[in-house]
Design a protein. Structure first.
Length: 365
């Protein structure tokens, strides 16, 4: 008898030292044992728990708890990672994660369940808050995309009208305008043309938020089209576009053409005045990705602008030196991210720029 009491006291001492809540329950839903951690978390005393029916201690959730107990006792198998709530003496409820294991006598007869519970309230609430914030951000982003699309779409027509009528007026009064008046008209036409291109780019950015259709895309075919589309730019500047053997990747063909066309155009725009622009495009394969390098011999980009250059409307040179809307590299970044890829650059002033584009080789499931 003494030995039995000594053994049980030793078991209780061990179970009280465990930083998880532990209960023993019998087949009739009676709480036979609770360790010290149970009392600490719930605020209940041992007298309020041990020997009491679970219906009495936890009337609201007892049926749910007992349903899991019955499943464990009938199957003879543990049931783990049950996410549920536990009432406290204060009336509050916390989130817990529970494992239930059947315990038996020497003959294998099931006597009840051992319940091991961990308090996950802070983690659960934090996760829910993060998920709720993510849902709100996603909804806001969807609304912003829709707004950007509608706004840019609706702006196209009035901008087109301003541009067209400005040009018509220029033709109508050609030769009759004073130098100052012609200068004013030039300002209007130039501003309208810039606005027209900006609205077109904004519309493209908004449309890039839509789901994409992927296929096997040969980047050699993409570059062939890019070279054709850049024909006038090459003719005007004497630019040289070289590309080595490139792989087939999983991508949207039109977006790939737009990506590399923008990068080539950017390299030519920011060329050195006394040097022929040379753009070399190479690729290496690494861990299931194609890493494409677009290297130029242009004016280079100050390291302090390596991050901000991808921001929308970010322009490092004025429009007269390098005409554009400041959206081209933002479009590149959006296209790459649409394909679960990454884009970054290495550059120093006066030493050219290399853009690195990492894209998955295979179609994502």
């Amino acid at each position: 008898m003494y030995r039995s009491i000594y053994t049980w006291n030793f078991v209780r001492m061990v179970l009280d030292s465990i930083p998880a809540m532990i209960w023993f329950k019998d087949t009739k839903n009676v709480l036979l044992f609770a360790n010290k951690k149970v009392c600490e978390v719930t605020g209940l005393s041992l007298e309020e728990i041990e020997g009491k029916s679970c219906d009495e201690v936890y009337p609201e959730l007892s049926a749910k708890y007992y349903q899991d107990d019955i499943e464990v006792m009938k199957s003879g198998k543990p049931k783990c990672r049950i996410i549920e709530q536990l009432p406290l003496k204060t009336g509050e409820k916390i989130w817990i994660m529970t494992d239930k294991v059947p315990y038996t006598d020497d003959d294998g007869k099931v006597l009840g369940v051992v319940v091991v519970t961990v308090d996950i309230n802070e983690e659960k609430i934090s996760r829910e808050q993060i998920e709720e914030t993510s849902r709100k951000l996603e909804a806001t982003n969807d609304q912003l995309k829709q707004f950007a699309y509608i706004a840019s779409h609706d702006l196209k027509e009035p901008v087109r009208v301003i541009y067209s009528f400005s040009q018509l007026l220029m033709k109508e009064f050609n030769g009759r305008l004073q130098p100052k008046e012609k200068q004013y008209f030039d300002y209007i036409v130039d501003a309208a043309d810039r606005m027209k291109r900006m609205v077109g780019d904004l519309l493209e950015v908004a449309q890039l938020g839509q789901p994409i259709e992927e296929e096997d895309v040969d980047l050699n075919d993409v570059m062939e089209d890019v070279v054709k589309l850049s024909g006038l730019l090459v003719e005007e500047t004497g630019a040289e576009i070289n590309y080595a053997e490139l792989p087939v990747i999983s991508a949207n063909y039109n977006q790939m053409v737009r990506l590399f066309q923008n990068l080539v155009s950017n390299a030519v725009k920011f060329r050195k005045e006394d040097e022929k622009p040379i753009i070399n495009i190479t690729c290496r394969l690494e861990d299931g990705y194609a890493i494409v390098e677009v290297e130029d011999n242009g004016v280079g980009i100050d390291p302090k602008n390596h991050e901000s250059i991808f921001y929308i409307f970010k322009r490092l040179n004025n429009a007269k030196k390098a005409p554009g809307t400041g959206i081209g590299l933002s479009i590149c970044k959006k296209i790459v991210e649409n394909h679960d890829g990454k884009i970054w650059l290495e550059s120093e002033m006066g030493k050219g720029t290399t853009f690195f584009i990492q894209l998955p080789l295979y179609i994502r499931k």
